[in-house]
Design a protein around this ligand. Sequence first.
Ligand code: BG6
Length: 488
Amino acid sequence: MVSRVIPVDAFDLVVFGCTGDLARRKILPALFRRYCAGQMPNGARVIGAARRDMGGDGFRQMTAEAIAEFGPELVASEANAQALDGFLAHLDYVAVDARGDAGWQALAACLPEDRVRAFYFSVGPALFGDLAQRIHSHGLASAQTRIVVEKPFGQDLGTARALNATLAAHFDEGQIYRIDHYLGKETVQNLMAVRFGNVLFEPLWNSQYVDHIQITVAESVGVGGRAEYYDGAGAMRDMMQNHLMQLLCLIAMEPPAQFEPDAVRDEKLKVIRALDPVEPHHIVRGQYASNGVDQTGYRDEVRNPRTTTETYVALKARISNWRWSGTPFYLRTGKRLAARSSVINVMFKDAPHSIFGAEAGRHANVLTIRLQPNEGITLHVTIKEPGQGGMRLVDVPLDMSFADALGEEGENPPDAYERLIMDVIRGNQTLFMRGDEVEAAWGWTDPVIAGWQKRGDVPKPYDIGSAGPGDADLLMRRDKREWRGIRP
Ligand code: BG6
């Protein structure tokens, strides 16, 4: 299969915070990949902006080092290693003070042409307002200007509203691109293709046929070098409010009339607004703990012996609308679990009547959508167990791995940031969160966190490398259900 590279017009992309972790790990390697794919037109420019006075050469050198560190496979081939110089020639740098006026005139001088101009705020949210205001006051905003902001988009509904208001004071909603990098993942977009590109699933996609849906985003890594941020956030804010919420929306939403930004985002918003408040006994918090021998538990890792921040959360969500009334959604996410595995399992109901009698046992179809790794889809179907001895039934997987089915491209899907940055340049907001969506998601999350704080809730410890705390199994067992295993 050959990928199609859709050309974009020449653009200027200004990356504020270009020396930070996100820029070095994700943004710059993603741009280099797009360059290698032939999608960066002549004349396109990436302008790094940060406080440090490193000059163009310093920025180019830092970028080359970042690519070598975070995407060594990108320069492993002779052709790409040679391409690196070509890519670096698109780069420039301006030292800019986000909180003062130094550097802004030089930045303006770097942007003489009226063409697509994107400002990527790869900085903490505390600087969003300063940057937005200075872009305006220095006359850098035009009708072709876009701004890109990262999560965390607020800490709660109040702060998210304040951020939205700050940005809205200088930019239209149509110019604001709020990133949730899960939406840029190839397989997450595939959720929409599977649901709305096949006639097979949609008629069954409702509470009449679906018993329940499980969404698991398991990570094997811990909090790494982000202790300070994470300890103030926790899994509910860091993962549930955004990434899992987006997956839930894509799985549960009504078919949009078109694959267009507001059509898709309106449907997602309706799902969030139809969510019931989560009952306190329908949620389990966990925190990974040391085995006392050779592992570092969360509390030691963040050097906060009494922290009650959760590194795991599992909950049962209900969507009160015609399609889903009676079908629960079980969502869980956590760090230092048995494997890195993001999977959605659509658990269908048993056949209404078994013609094979009780001894054939109970069998139900399961549609498993593997988002990462081993991207693919498995449909578990029931067939006759081969051989003599009567009609015995067995469940077998009808398995499709994207790597096998699609070859190299299925094996190495583009990184989420490649897709998202190019969508910013193209002006396509479909895979970005709208302000009201983010606020609605916080509106659902806030009472849960407030409840924990009010009750002085302490997360349940769980073993590193496990599937999370035992209470998460109880959550399922009470409903006579069980989690699917967490496998690599
Ligand atoms: C980020 C979270 O948004 O997503 C991290 O802040 C998490 O805590 C990461 O590790 C997971 O992303 P991915 O793409 O590795 O699944």
